[in-house]
Design a protein around this ligand. Structure first.
Ligand code: NDP
Length: 503
């Protein structure tokens, strides 16, 4: 990696400055940093001002081949293959300690590369990353099989829970370091070796994490980090015949390509955490002030760039006007700005491409006749160089609008009214996605009935957007399959072997 332009005029920690000073960088393969075989690089851009932050090596097929070969060798021989679970857990714990020790620097790198407010990186992304590595450090020595009584006499049958092998991990740009931990922590706890690709837009925290992994003592080849875009880097991973499994988070469109690449190569196992268009429901009996705040942040946290964003808001008719007024007030109070501006709530959209996409959805909503209650514009003035859009709320009566059906991944919330239960459940479930849902009510029975009826992998009742390393997370329908986090994540990274013994 080389720094190709100046950093913003903010006071950065010595660790961050030193990270941007060190060069050259490249991929992490076999615990060595090396440039691309063909010397190619790409720029990662600061979304707060549209200027390049750093040049990063771009991995082609031969670089991915090298990373896979290193991961294969480490999986089959050497210290990793011989290491017991407790020792793997100690390494993960040590890594967590190092992340904690370098928290300021990692938070700054994240905010520079992704744009999110520094407060969010400091209080959310980085500490949750630490927790995630610690949680899975605890599991590493506890991977148990079962003994199984069978109907055939004099036979002992038991199962072993073993790692899958070489695992490809591909993540998007909305939670770069945190999502790295969602995948790396369980994959490594279970004894796999990995080839990890961060998003093209946000490779920097992954590179710093790679340095910390070497420092923690992970043996060569266990963690290999390749940077580059979906094509060629991502597809070289998903179509590689010596990768045993791919764990992917991103769009449904790319999820389909990954399944096709698996089918066409070696039938590698696949787990997918894809997009969403999550319903969030406010019943008339809810604590309306909490529900308004909750609905606002469900839509606009991370500038709406969250797969679980509650962007389809259903409000029961008697409180519809009150909620709409509240949403407008909330939106008016939001401070949008660069990630290092004090007290900013919401940062920029990740890239010019994503900004254009968000603005074109807003345009389509206007043209289709939905009413813009607030927002709807790119922000100018001091923010004109960056990719900023204010919180945008549309009111609509037509669930078939593009802004209601499709994942926008920007600060765009569509609000509509509903009158009765059957109508609500039918409309809430009328989506190809099924990732998350929210419900706000004081009626405990209504809350549980909705949680059961809604087609989603996670439901929040009188709250929204909470995650914990211990709580399983993932989707249904075209939001994907497989559960990350919690004990369920162990299923993604292990396979069961059945052993029969004649006694
Ligand atoms: P993508 O699904 O395109 O990207 C996610 C990751 O997959 C990135 O690392 C990307 O590489 C990689 N990738 C892209 N194409 C391929 C491929 N053919 N084979 C293997 N890997 C590939 O998401 P985008 O970033 O382009 O965002 C587009 C839309 O996706 C958003 O607007 C949003 O709707 C949705 N999305 C959903 C997310 C979620 O959490 N569910 C997260 C992010 C986006 P690279 O980007 O580096 O080129």
């Amino acid at each position: 990696m080389t720094v190709s332009s100046s950093l913003p005029e903010v006071e950065l920690s010595p660790g961050t400055l030193s990270f941007f000073d060190r060069q050259p960088k490249g991929f992490l393969i076999d615990n060595q940093w090396s440039p691309a075989a063909d010397g190619q690089t790409f720029s990662t851009v600061n979304p707060a001002n549209g200027r390049p932050l750093a040049d990063v090596a771009l991995a082609g097929e031969s670089d991915v081949d090298r990373a896979v070969a290193a991961a294969r060798a480490a999986f089959e021989a050497g210290p990793w293959a011989d290491m017991d679970g407790e020792a793997r857990g100690s390494l993960l714990w040590k890594l967590a300690d190092l992340i904690e020790a370098h928290a300021d620097e990692l938070a700054e790198i994240e905010t520079l590369d992704n744009g999110k407010p520094i407060r969010v990186s400091r209080r959310g992304d980085v500490p949750f990353t630490v927790k995630h590595f610690r949680y899975f450090a605890g599991w590493a020595g506890k991977l148990e099989g079962r003994t199984i009584p069978v109907s055939i006499p004099n036979k002992l049958v038991y199962t072993l829970r073993q790692p899958v092998g070489v695992v490809g991990l591909i993540i998007p740009w909305n939670f770069p370091i945190l999502m790295a931990s969602w995948k790396l922590a369980p994959a490594l706890a279970c004894g796999n070796t990995v080839v990890f690709k961060p998003a093209e837009e946000t490779p920097l925290s992954a590179l710093r994490l790679g340095e910390l992994m070497i420092e923690a003592g992970f043996p060569p080849g266990v963690v290999n980090i390749v940077t580059g875009p979906g094509l060629p880097t991502g597809s070289a991973i998903t179509s590689h015949s010596d990768i045993d499994k791919v764990s992917f988070t991103g769009s449904t469109e790319v999820g389909r390509k990954i399944m096709a690449a698996s089918a066409a190569s070696n039938l590698k196992r696949v787990s997918l955490e894809l997009g969403g268009k999550s319903p969030n429901v406010i019943f008339a009996d809810a604590d309306i002030e909490s529900a308004i705040k909750g609905a606002h942040w469900a839509g606009f946290s991370t500038s709406g760039q969250e797969c679980t964003a509650g962007t389809r808001l259903f409000v029961e008719a008697p409180v519809y006007d009150r909620v709409v007024e509240g949403l407008k007030e909330q939106a008016g109070r939001v401070r949008v700005g660069t990630g290092f501006t004090p007290k900013v709530h919401v940062g920029p959209i990740i890239s010019e491409t994503q900004l254009t996409r968000v603005l074109s959805y807003i345009q389509s909503g206007r043209e289709a006749g939905a009413e813009v209650l607030t927002g709807g514009e790119r922000l100018g003035g001091d923010l004109a160089e960056g990719y900023f859009v204010g919180p945008t709320v549309f009111a609509h009566q037509d669930d078939d609008l593009q802004i209601v059906k499709e994942e926008i991944f920007g600060p765009v919330l569509a609000v509509t009214g509903f009158n009765d239960w059957d109508e609500l459940v039918q409309r809430a479930n009328d989506s190809s996605y099924g990732l998350a849902a929210g419900v706000w009510t004081r009626d405990i029975s209504k809350a549980h009935r909705f949680a059961e009826a809604v087609q989603s992998g996670v439901v929040w009742v009188n709250t929204y957007g909470l995650y914990d390393a211990a709580a399983p997370f993932g989707g249904t329908k075209q939001s994907g399959f497989g559960r990350e986090m919690g004990q369920d994540a162990l299923d993604l990274y292990t396979q069961v072997k059945t052993v029969w013994v004649g006694l």
